[in-house]
Design a protein around this ligand. Structure first.
Ligand SMILES: [Zn+2]
Length: 198
């Protein structure tokens, strides 16, 4: 019994350490991103496809300070308009028959924070604090798609890189009922083969 409780304590200590490290990691990620590099996470569950895009403002509009000039405000509106059409940025096979059911676009850290998303409140505050010291902004976009034939989601063509000249790389996380995987796509290799994932 004595040994058991020692091991139990060791296990608890190890778990605590792991979660502390994880929290530290998350905290660091809030303040540090790499310009040119974004993340797209895709979860496929039956006919529902959820996508989340997180990208530095630099990649999509070419600056991260608060938009001041008319041109800068227009650049942000243009980026948001492009982001609102995910099927033009992330081209899915026509045979999957996907349609967009929901789009939420937020720019965090700039002057334009009206998404009202509670989950992002802490993140947004961190960004605001950083912005005062000349920090960063990020676009956070959430999509919900409905695909009539999800089995045909075997590839993605990233016209995203054509749409945004400052974007160079995307890390793509894909989760399906069958598997999960992480890929890197880039301006030089703007395509993803998802064969075997669906
Ligand atoms: Zn930045």
């Amino acid at each position: 019994m004595r040994m058991h409780s020692i091991w139990a304590l060791a296990a608890i200590a190890a778990l605590a350490l792991v979660s502390a490290v994880h929290a530290e990691d998350e905290h660091r990620q809030l303040g540090a991103h790499v310009h040119g590099h974004g993340t797209l996470s895709i979860a496929v569950e039956d006919k529902r496809v959820a996508m989340e895009l997180e990208v530095p403002g630099m990649d999509l509009v070419g600056f991260e300070h608060v938009a001041e000039t008319k041109e800068q405000k227009v650049a942000i509106e243009n980026a948001k308009a492009k982001l609102a059409k995910p099927l033009a940025l992330f081209k899915l096979p026509a045979s999957a028959i996907c349609s967009v059911s929901q789009v939420k676009v937020a720019l965090e850290g700039g002057d334009d924070h009206d998404d009202g998303d509670e989950d992002h409140a802490e993140h947004a505050n961190a960004k605001y604090d950083e912005d005062e010291r000349g920090g960063h902004t990020e676009f956070h976009v959430a999509y919900t798609l409905d695909c009539a034939k999800p089995a045909n989601l075997t590839s993605i063509a990233f016209d995203y890189f054509k749409a945004f000249s400052g974007a160079n790389e995307l890390t793509v996380n894909v989760v399906t009922a069958k598997a999960q995987n992480t890929y890197e796509v880039s301006r030089d290799k703007p395509a993803l083969d998802l064969g075997g994932m669906m």
